[in-house]
Design a protein around this ligand. Structure first.
Ligand code: DOR
Ligand code: ZN
Length: 345
């Protein structure tokens, strides 16, 4: 039995840091485990320009603890009015690593998102030409589409067309939650990949709704049926380079989750690697963990792999039921549970 695992230092290809005091409180958790992270731009107001992204990057870097090597990779929040020249300039100057497509009103702080994907086709054309990665929150928002069907419907209505119209555009289908998404990504060419969160590998939709409403298991896209969870586990642990790590760690303070209108998002950063490695262990696929966590993402983004390493060991770890954050508290993913792996460093 493998009791210790040393892998190249991983990266988190999708996460939310927020801003201000919350950001300063959560950055150390990610910087402890990951060398780089793709930082989501859904702040209020959103990060829509090179100038805003450069300033946000500085604020994040100021929150990285002394002596820790961590690089935030910035994304541009696409709107109906995105200026392709500014996006291209930001990418060429090394400010933007990717751009993020939120369908308007799909999730937290997405009100300024894209109202009709075809409106931004000129931007996608420019991104394809410049080699800028497109990260997609793949859910339709129409009120007549069931919340559990929104991802599958997005594939049919928009994603097939995007991939067909822009064959050289690199597309990350983010935080996938369905077997439909797994099949779509597998059937697409090498320019299409997906990130998978720890929560969607661990829970199905029962975890939100059985035994009372469980707000700390609520995120978007919502967890789906067990068949989908199993398809995600198979994809993540398969060794396929099309699937890689993206926690979608999305901090919301405890009171904002435990509310009559609770926020979507799971704070996965503090025990992210322990959570993922548990899944690979359960699936008998520890040999594929380094690929998923540390190799497939850099290969897709065309970035070097990290030279340093991290070690995980089999050991019982009690995850705190809550953590202090910004003068309040937050419930981490696996809060109050015992997990079977420990992050050594
Ligand atoms: O659960 C989520 N939370 N999903 C998202 O797409 C956004 C995120 C957030 O920003 O809180
Ligand atoms: Zn997200």
């Amino acid at each position: 039995m493998t009791n210790t695992l040393t892998i190249r230092r991983p990266d988190d290809w999708h996460l939310h840091f927020r801003d201000g005091e919350v950001m300063r409180g959560v950055v150390p958790y990610t910087a402890r485990q990951f060398a780089r992270a793709i930082v989501m731009p859904n702040l209020t107001p959103p990060v829509t320009t090179t100038e805003l992204a450069a300033a946000y990057r500085e604020r994040i870097l100021a929150a990285v603890p002394e002596g820790v090597d961590f690089t935030p990779l910035m994304t541009c929040y696409l709107t109906d009015a995105t200026d392709p020249d500014d996006l291209a300039r930001g990418a060429n100057e090394g400010v933007f690593t990717a751009a993020k497509l939120y369908p308007a009103n799909a999730t937290t702080n997405s009100a300024s998102g894209v109202t009709n994907v075809e409106t931004i086709y000129p931007v996608l054309e420019r991104m394809e030409a410049e080699g800028i990665v497109l990260c997609i929150h793949g859910e339709v928002t129409d009120a007549d589409i069931d919340v559990f069907d929104r991802e599958a419907e997005f594939i049919e209505r928009h994603l097939r067309a995007i991939v067909a119209n822009f064959p050289k555009l690199k597309v990350v289908f983010e935080h996938i939650t369905t077997s439909d998404a797994v099949e779509f990504v597998k059937a697409s060419g090498p320019n299409v990949a997906a990130t998978i969160t720890p929560q969607h590998l661990h829970i199905n939709r029962n975890a939100m709704l059985v035994g009372g409403i469980q707000p700390h298991n609520y995120c978007l896209p919502v967890a789906k049926r067990e068949t989908h969870r199993l398809a995600l586990r198979a994809a993540a642990t398969s060794g396929s380079a099309k699937f890689f790590l993206g926690t979608d760690s999305a901090p919301h303070l405890r009171g904002d989750k435990e509310s009559a209108c609770g926020c979507a998002g799971i704070f996965g950063a503090p025990y992210a690697l322990e959570s993922y490695v548990t899944v690979f262990d359960q699936e008998g696929a520890l040999e594929h963990f380094e690929g998923f966590a540390s190799l497939h993402g850099p290969a897709f983004y065309g970035l070097p792999v990290n030279e340093s390493s991290v070690t995980l060991e089999r050991a019982e770890v009690q995850v705190p039921a809550e953590l202090d954050l910004a003068g309040s508290t937050i419930v981490p993913w696996h809060g109050g549970q015992t997990i079977g792996w420990r992050f050594v460093g």
